[in-house]
Design a binder for this molecule. Structure first.
Ligand SMILES: Cc1cc2nc3c(=O)[nH]c(=O)nc-3n(C[C@H](O)[C@H](O)[C@H](O)COP(=O)(O)OP(=O)(O)OC[C@H]3O[C@@H](n4cnc5c(N)ncnc54)[C@H](O)[C@@H]3O)c2cc1C
Ligand SMILES: NC(=O)c1ccc[n+]([C@@H]2O[C@H](COP(=O)([O-])OP(=O)(O)OC[C@H]3O[C@@H](n4cnc5c(N)ncnc54)[C@H](OP(=O)(O)O)[C@@H]3O)[C@@H](O)[C@H]2O)c1
Length: 610
């Protein structure tokens, strides 16, 4: 039921309402504590007043306007409606975290597809697989000891995502086949109005509005695939396909294939199609690194069984892999010893792999640092590239006609199928209008150089989070790990928002300005700003790095541990921001929970050390 349909009195926690033993007669907020020793003489805590809402924002005031202590314990929470877009790894994890850690959250995630899984549901091209060790590509609360391969196939990851949903009973949160078409901030209600279209409703009909307190955009940073801007591409009479929208019935046996691009998708596709096609020309307009096999080994069935029986040992195994991933920032620093070592090792690997085609090595081997583009382990790629039925064409594509393709160098060749492995819209512009304060559209605000705070927040967009927005640690290791760390931060934020009668939170403009200044200078120290074309720079060579956090993953994760709440501007439901402190009691006491949690065998203080 939408929050607005709840009667005002029900908007507090049902726990607070149902479990409090209420003494209607008690008028003073200074009731004595409940005691386990002698309960007979104790008064019960006073009836909590309900948290102020937009209908009653100044309820801590007497009729004459003077301040009045709210007769409620500290810890009362508002019931919130949270709407999320997307049921990929981010949306699934968000549902899990909401269910596991928050109370009184009315959570829904709209998903345009008919199933969960996002990336792994949509990308079904031959060879699609993880490019980070699978044991790290799993949520901490559902580690999986029996991945079939180091770099598990996409279908297996898709199954894993579905398994997480089934195992934790998360399906109830997802509205599948529902596309979000827009969102608008309502400053009076302090709510988002989210427009949703059920996919089965005819164009222009069936759209409805879902109104929520918090809006989370988890549409995926690599979900919006796009056709390359090539003249005449759709005049081609044969088949033109994109790797991210692979037709189930595409038969490449004996076909003359053009493969455009040399990003991760192309590197995974080529070894799979090379054995079956008559010929394949791969069009490469920029050099790239092809990584040698990475750390990790396929576990034997016995090892898998052992890890199943001993999850703590599996966790230790995962930690070791994770630790390796965390050390990778060393090579991202330009001029570092790690970078030099890797540059030499990967050059050697490419030279050896292309020994039979040395002219390919000269053109493919980059001068920019390893990691400037997201590197992909390319098992079988160099081998496939050097097969007799494969030709590398080191040129851009000028245009396509009905039967063939002409390169920027003027060479024309005929094909049966054109495969565009040409990537995604990585501009970070939301896929639908998101209208924030003062009618500002995030699509416009982020049309040039999108600026965020810790990848989640944008100026002018209160009570709004982006998952994996600009400035996330998306270049190193498994994104799943980052998704979990980011969602934990969001949960902390919502928890506080819910209990402190916060009406709006919004990142401070000055904070974003200063962060942008720091980011762009820090990033100059890294190979990410070398002269390579990369989706980290929205596909450009020289452009600023938009996608990435200016530091390693550990750096990012550490920053998330203790949110800098002072970097935000807040408004409150109450005139006095401390009204939620209430009558001096805590919900813990009222609910009879452990009230000596601070007494432990040892000093319980844990400060987070960077
Ligand atoms: C082919 C490929 C391979 C990858 N391999 C790796 C890897 O090996 N390791 C790694 O760490 N990362 C990898 N990534 C990055 C990958 O995208 C992330 O790991 C992860 O899947 C992102 O999850 P997500 O939920 O944020 O986004 P997604 O998985 O993209 O999910 C976003 C969801 O939002 C939905 N959506 C979008 N717009 C709307 C709308 N308007 N209304 C309703 N729903 C909407 C989409 O349908 C989708 O289901 C890969 C990406 C691709 C494309
Ligand atoms: N698990 C995995 O291994 C895996 C697999 C796929 C994707 N991914 C993720 O998704 C990201 C994107 O990968 P992607 O390979 O799909 O895209 P990508 O890395 O953006 O690569 C796109 C390729 O297409 C080329 N291209 C684009 N437009 C072109 C045009 N008009 N003419 C000729 N060439 C053109 C680009 O060349 P230029 O570089 O010259 O622009 C580039 O080589 C990866 O970096 C990774 O994060 C991971």
């Amino acid at each position: 039921m939408p929050i607005d349909d709840f009667p005002l009195s029900d908007r507090m926690s049902p726990i607070a309402i149902d479990e409090l033993r209420i003494d209607e007669e008690l008028t003073t907020p200074h009731a004595p504590l409940k005691s386990k020793i002698d309960t007979t003489t104790q008064s019960q805590p006073s009836k909590p007043r309900f948290c102020p809402t937009v209908d009653d924002p100044f309820s801590e005031r007497h009729a004459d306007g003077s301040y009045k202590v709210l007769n409620q314990p500290l810890g009362m929470r508002r019931k919130l409606r949270v709407v999320c877009v997307g049921a990929g790894a981010s949306g699934i994890n968000m549902a899990y975290k909401m269910q596991s850690h928050l109370k009184d959250i009315d959570f829904v995630a709209y998903e345009k597809n008919s199933a969960v899984g996002g990336t792994w549901l949509e990308n079904t091209y031959p060879g699609v697989a993880c490019d980070t060790n699978s044991h790290g590509y799993a949520f901490t609360y559902r580690l999986k000891p029996d991945w079939s391969q180091i770099f598990s196939p996409g279908a297996e990851i898709e199954d894993y995502m579905q398994d997480v949903v089934d195992h934790f009973g998360l399906a109830k949160y997802f509205k599948l086949s529902h596309t979000v078409t827009g969102a608008k901030w309502d400053p009076t209600l302090a709510k988002w109005h989210v427009s949703v279209r059920p996919n089965d409703s005819p164009e222009g009909e069936g759209e409805f509005t879902d109104t929520c307190d918090v809006f989370i955009n988890a549409c995926g940073l690599l979900n919006n695939w796009k056709w390359p801007n090539i003249r005449g591409l759709h005049d081609f009479k044969g088949k033109v396909v994109h790797t991210a929208a692979w037709p189930k019935d595409l038969n490449l046996k004996g076909k003359r294939v053009a493969l455009i691009g040399i990003g991760s998708s192309a590197i995974q596709v080529l070894p799979q199609i090379q054995p079956i096609v008559e010929s394949c020309s791969i069009f490469i307009r920029s050099p790239t690194w092809v990584a040698p096999p990475r750390e990790g080994e396929i576990l034997t069935p016995e090892q898998m069984e052992h890890y199943r029986q001993h999850p703590e040992e599996h966790l230790e195994y995962c930690r070791q892999l994770e630790s390796l991933a965390n050390k990778r920032f060393g090579y991202i620093t330009r001029g570092s010893e790690d970078q030099k070592t890797l540059f030499e090792a990967w050059s050697r690997h490419m030279k050896e792999g292309l020994a039979s085609r040395p002219e390919y090595y000269d053109k493919l081997h980059p001068s920019f640092g390893v990691g400037c583009r997201r590197p992909t382990p390319g098992p079988g790629f160099l081998e496939a590239l050097t097969q007799p039925n494969v030709e590398a064409v080191f040129s851009g594509v000028d245009h396509v006609d009905e039967t063939g393709l002409t390169t920027s160098d003027g060479e024309r060749k005929e094909f049966d199928v054109i495969i565009c492995a040409t990537g995604f819209d990585v501009s970070f512009k939301p896929r639908f209008p998101v209208i924030g304060r003062n009618e500002i559209n995030l699509q416009d605000q982020w049309s040039q150089t999108p600026r965020s705070y810790l990848s989640m927040f944008a100026v002018n967009f209160p009570n709004y989070f982006t998952m994996l927005g600009p400035g996330a640690p998306s270049a190193q290791g498994s994104i799943i790990v980052s998704i979990e760390r980011i969602s934990d931060y969001i949960v902390k934020f919502i928890h506080r928002f819910q209990r402190e009668a916060i009406k709006t939170f919004e990142i401070d403009e000055q904070a974003v300005e200063e962060l942008a200044e720091h980011m762009q200078e820090q990033l100059k120290l890294t190979v990410w700003t070398d002269n390579c074309s990369s989706w980290f720079k929205n596909g450009s060579k020289e452009g600023p790095v938009i996608a990435l956090h200016p530091g390693g993953r550990l750096h990012f994760f550490s920053l998330l541990m203790d949110p800098r709440y002072e970097d935000f501007n807040y408004t409150y439901w109450n005139k006095n921001r401390y009204a939620y402190w209430g009558n001096g009691y805590t919900l813990r006491e009222v609910e009879g929970r452990n009230d000596t949690w601070y007494l432990q065998y040892a000093d319980g203080l844990r400060l987070h050390e960077f």
